[in-house]
Write a protein that binds this ligand. Sequence first.
Ligand code: SF4
Length: 503
Amino acid sequence: MRVVLVQPSLEDFYTTPHRLSALGAFCVKSLLENQGHHVTLLNYPLVAKKPRPVKRPSWANHLEPFLLEERGPVSYFTGWYRWGLDTEEEARDILSHGPDLVLISLFAHAYSEEVLTLARACGKIPVAVGGAGVSVHPEPFVREPAVDLVLAGEGEVLFREYSLDDLLSRIGGDKLIRTSRYCTADEMVPVISETTGGRTHRQAATLLSRGCPRGCRFCSNSLTQGTSLRRLAPERIARAFRNYLAVPDPRGPRRLTLDLEDDNLLFSRDYLRDVLDRLSAEWQRAGRDSQDLFLTAENGLDYELLDGAFLEELADRGFRQFNFSLATADPGRLEQENRFFAPEKWRSHLAYLKEKGIPAITYFICGLKGDTREGIARTLQLIHREPTQMGISLFYPVPGLEGFSGSDPYGGVHPGLSRGSMAYPWSGALDTSALVTAFRLARLLNLMKNEREAVLHEDLILTILREKRLYTYGRDKKKIPVPMQDGDLVSLTLEGLTYPQTR
Ligand code: SF4
């Protein structure tokens, strides 16, 4: 059977390469090819070098008062973009492959409109949809006449329990097919997916494990992967890496950053050591210099499970940057979110990294239920005091999380608003003004710690600190006050801050 497997083009203010890795789609491709099918994988968000500006949808109009023509280090998002082709072009391209079945993969429910629009453009060819974004809330796809099959669950289980002939024979009946279990470690498929590349460097992503037993309330990992941790056998990852390296690089040997996309890499040090040893051995077997293999964990390392010696070991083994996720540092919020907080460990890791000159980013979530301006200001200040850049994640719900379940998880609001860039007041704790202001403040505090950049924007920084009011650069690079800023949050956050900090 000829199958075209698609990761559709998507629209947003921004995206990151590792989000576009299509690891799930590559895994399904491998499973179907092993069953003898001819599979073409079209990862549309990565086809064009750059995203194109397109018209912002009307459901994002709540952001209108906060968006301005601005640039520079304290700005919010400005342009709405499309990564990939227009829907009609996508559909023409898909149909040109003569598929018997089009399988559309959705990694996050926030982009469901892109999937529904593409399904409608595919004409009479049978269309099935699946992926994490479908599994958490299949109902809108079941209701859509252009979708013939809705596949809810992990691909490794679905495509073992059902052959494609089984699936096609279901068309016309109950279109929702849901797995009743999660995949085992042996069923997992190792995938190395290349995301971006330049003249001297390329980037790829992989995933070693599934599931997490920790149960942080804001996290959707367990909704699609379950609560028991399963890990790919290290020798299978190594084989996948060997196969990846065996494909000649058209640009000649380039450095590689391999992102380990797992949420919980550190649960077993021996396992991680084994994997890293094997990756390094494969890299060297391919004749590559060990200094040219960089490792990252973009989804963040569980800093509580690290100690100084292991941090040092990971740095020696090729981690060139460390991402830590605090989630929240507000004591009242930690218990409610079932989240740990070990500030002394976090600080000592940052001190070590500073000494070694290794960059660190500390992430936190803003907009959780119960968040207050005081709590967010404290978290911003707490991270600002340490030798780390900060990353702010504006809370967005995934269907199935507490408060966002049932047949209408978004309470009648457009699902596209569950993009992190939307600053939508999902929990009701902070409004859009406070969320956008927190985002700008995080950028300002990062700027203040970046000596090389800060010196170029000293006037902007000093004006903001003096007036306790946010400014940005307008169209003609002139300083302009930020409209609709949350003055209380600005004052609380900037209280006591000086620039430079030693002055
Ligand atoms: S945030 Fe991380 S540690 Fe917490 S449940 Fe999710 S994956 Fe597990």
